[in-house]
Design a binder for this molecule. Structure first.
Ligand code: ITT
Length: 198
C-alpha cells in the first residue's frame, strides 16, 4: 500500500486530512509517526509557495511522498487579513483563542456583515518530482461571539450563513465535506492517484 506523509504540525489539520483521504487505500503517516520534527519557514508570498516549501521539506527529510496544506482566513473588512499570516496574527507568541480575540478587536466598529472566506492550497511533493497543487475555498461570515467547540483555529467565529452554523458547530463529517480543506483535498485526489500509482 502506498505511503503518504501528512506534512503538517497542526493536529487539527491531521485529523481532517486523515478523515477526508480515508477511502483512498493509502497508509497515511504523520511526522510524529516517523519521529520527524521540522519547522519550515513560511515566508512565501502565496499559499502555494508556503505549501510547496512544507511538502518539499518533508519529502526531502523523509524520502516519502508528502502532502502539505497552507491555509488562511481572509476578512473583507480587514482587506483580506489575516490571510497568509493567519497562524501568527496579532501579538506573538499567541494562542488560537488569543488570535480569535485579536480578530474581533480588529473588527470592532466596522459595519457587519463581516464577510470572509477560508482558503487552502494543498501541495503534493515527491523527492525529485515537480510539486503539484490543488486549492479550495469556503465563503462565510465572521460573527462577534464564539459558537461551537469542534474544529480548530477560527472555526468558532466563522459562520456558514446557508446552514446557520459556525464551522465549530458542524459535525466533523460535515466540516470535512464543506470546508476549504475538504474542497482542496477533493481536487488533490486525482493528483494523488496519478502520482502514487506510478
Ligand atoms: P502547518 O504549517 O504545520 O501545516 P499551521 O497551523 O502553521 O500548520 P498554516 O501556516 O497553514 O498552518 O496556518 C493556517 C492557519 O489558518 C491556522 O493555524 C488557523 O489559524 C487558520 N485556519 C486554517 N484552516 C482553518 C480551519 O479549517 N479552521 C479554522 N482556522 C483555520
Amino acid at each position: 500500500m502506498s505511503r503518504l506523509l501528512i506534512a503538517t504540525n497542526n493536529k487539527g489539520k491531521v485529523l481532517e486530512i486523515k478523515d477526508i483521504l480515508a477511502d483512498l487505500g493509502l497508509t497515511l503517516l504523520t511526522p510524529a509517526d516517523l519521529g520527524l520534527s521540522l519547522e519550515v519557514p513560511e515566508d512565501g508570498h502565496t499559499y502555494a509557495e508556503n505549501a510547496a516549501r512544507k511538502a518539499a521539506a518533508f519529502a526531502a527529510a523523509s524520502g516519502l511522498p508528502s502532502l502539505a496544506d497552507d491555509s488562511g482566513l481572509e476578512v473583507d473588512a480587514l482587506d483580506g487579513r489575516p490571510g497568509l499570516h493567519s497562524n501568527r496574527f496579532g501579538p506573538q507568541p499567541s494562542t488560537e483563542a488569543g488570535r480569535r480575540r485579536y480578530l474581533l478587536e480588529q473588527l470592532q466598529g466596522k459595519p457587519r456583515p463581516w464577510t470572509a472566506r477560508f482558503r487552502a492550497t494543498i501541495a503534493v511533493a515527491l523527492p525529485g518530482v515537480e510539486v503539484r497543487f490543488a486549492s479550495g475555498e469556503c465563503e462565510g461570515e465572521i460573527i462577534p461571539v464564539e459558537r461551537g467547540t469542534g474544529g480548530f483555529g477560527y472555526d468558532p467565529l466563522f459562520l456558514l450563513p446557508d446552514l446557520g452554523k459556525t464551522m465549530a458547530e458542524l459535525d466533523a463529517k460535515d466540516k470535512n465535506r464543506l470546508s476549504h480543506r475538504a474542497r482542496a483535498l477533493q481536487n488533490a485526489i486525482p493528483i494523488l492517484k496519478e502520482i502514487l500509482d506510478d
